[in-house]
Design a protein. Structure first.
Length: 476
């Protein structure tokens, strides 16, 4: 298909590169552009790639035009939504970045309880607009996480036990294919592609917009963390194991092991003190939430108890400053077979060995609506996993290289110690090159093979491969 000329579409794109994309009405940014370094920067400060061109799209037709242009010139393609993926797949060297970061509109229909969300939106954008109507859908736990990346990988968050994963709430997607065609995928249109998009990542096209189902939430919820000293880790985890075994679906919890972050609501003398925290969010009435977390708050001798009625939208962004853009990050992760005494001992032994006070491990309680979701409805792999854990090494960009070396070694050793208790991995938690071999692990053989066939149908040349890549495969 030939891209339309700028004379037919309108004014030429804004560029200082000497290279124009006919018909493109967004902004083109190359190395000579004053915004180039900012435009190529992503959340993980260890990623330092230099694309030939960044095509910052203003509308869906820009996305399609940029894809066709890249195909015609055989350029490497990266797709940027929120730019939050730890592996830095949103930017490539020497190729073109199809940048959706200016496409952040969110339109809520309170009558149908749905939201139309552009592909460059962040979860903070979604929460802000949906909560104006007392509605929400399962989204990330950090406000500056991109909607696109989190959704396409599955989408875990505070509301998942009550309302399912993000992909369970996805109703429709507008997709630009490898041929530059604009199509809609839903349960009725291109259902094979719709299935693959719900968990299969960015392998199948550029999603320029999503439509989500929404649910009544808030505006106030019972939420927040309780911290105990690191010495209490084993006792807290054993209590937590029993506490969540019978937890209602409305109660979402995340265990965090590391140090107490320097949040303004925490006394200065406790900042960066080694500690275990159990954070919670109750997706129901505040008084019910207070009863549901009472035993947790009364266990042992907490250092800090920040559980309280709070606006859901504020809770969703409460840890944004603890994982800011530009720090250096390295992740390891796994699904866990359970929270046995042996697993607890491994976690307690390794969690506090990090050199950087900014490193931590986080464990998510799954189950509830996640586990009840139809097994074959989405490409999200294992709904029976009770917990998954992410080991997040984090350090400052101006720290000595030995700190980064030490932190990555800590994360790898921690994961290795959990090997006897591993079962798969959440694809959105995979890091960079050394996790490439784990993509199949994230899906299992049957799901991976089904995804590979759909990949062969919609992207047989693997144009979209800067992601957790699934190789196209024809036939059985």
């Amino acid at each position: 298909m030939t891209a339309p000329t700028s004379e037919r579409i309108g004014q030429p794109s804004d560029t200082v590169t000497g290279m124009e994309i006919p018909g493109f009405r967004g902004t083109l940014i190359a190395a000579e552009h004053a915004d180039y370094d900012d435009a190529r920067a992503v959340w993980n400060g260890t990623v330092d790639r230099r694309p030939r061109l960044i095509a910052r799209c203003a509308r869906t037709t820009d996305v399609a035009t940029a894809v066709r242009f890249a195909r015609d010139l055989h350029l490497e393609i990266a797709v940027r939504g929120g730019g939050h993926n730890v592996a830095g797949t949103a930017v490539c060297d020497a190729g073109i970045v199809i940048d959706l970061s200016s496409m952040r509109a969110v339109a809520v229909n309170p009558d149908s309880r749905t939201a139309h969300v552009q592909g460059g939106a962040l979860w903070g954008d979604v929460d802000h607009e949906t909560q104006a109507h007392g509605l929400a859908t399962t989204g990330g736990i950090v406000g500056h996480t991109g909607v696109g990346g989190l959704t396409l990988g599955g989408g875990i968050g505070w509301l998942m036990r009550k309302h399912g994963l993000t992909v369970d709430n996805l109703l429709e997607a507008e997709v630009i294919t490898a041929e530059g065609d604009i199509i809609r995928a839903s349960a009725h249109d291109h259902p094979d592609l719709f299935w693959a998009l719900r968990g299969g990542g960015g392998n199948f096209g550029v999603v320029s917009s999503f439509r989500f189902a929404l649910h009544p939430i808030g505006p106030s919820v019972t939420a927040g963390p309780v911290f105990w000293t690191a010495d209490d880790t084993t006792d807290v985890l054993r209590f937590y194991r029993d506490f969540v075994a019978d937890a209602p679906d409305e109660l979402g919890t995340i265990v965090r092991l590391g140090t107490i972050p320097p949040l303004p609501v925490i006394s200065d003398e406790l900042h960066f003190r080694p500690a275990i925290a159990v954070a919670c969010c109750y997706a129901g009435p505040v008084d019910e939430g207070e009863r549901a977390v009472r035993a947790l708050r009364q266990f042992g001798s907490p250092l800090v108890d920040l559980v309280r009625p709070t606006l859901y939208v504020d809770h969703q962004s409460s840890i944004d400053d603890t994982v800011p853009h530009g720090w250096h990050y390295y992740w390891k992760a796994t699904d866990l077979t359970g929270l046995s005494d042996e697993v607890i001992d491994v976690i307690a032994e390794h969690a506090y060995r990090a050199r950087s006070p900014r490193s931590y491990a986080a464990m998510f309680h799954m189950g509830g609506a996640v586990a009840r979701g139809p097994r074959d409805a989405t490409a999200y792999r294992d709904r029976n996993v009770p917990h998954n854990i992410i080991i997040d090494a984090a350090w400052l960009p101006d720290q000595d290289d030995t700190v980064g070396t030490s932190e990555t070694a800590w994360a790898r050793a921690f994961l290795q110690a959990l090997r006897p208790h591993r079962t798969g991995v959440y694809v959105n938690f995979l890091d960079s090159d050394d996790d490439t071999s784990r993509v199949r692990e994230a899906y299992g053989d049957d799901t991976y093979q089904r995804l590979a066939k759909i990949k062969a149908k919609y992207d047989p040349e693997n144009v979209f491969h800067n992601n957790k890549n699934i190789q196209p495969r024809e036939g059985g």
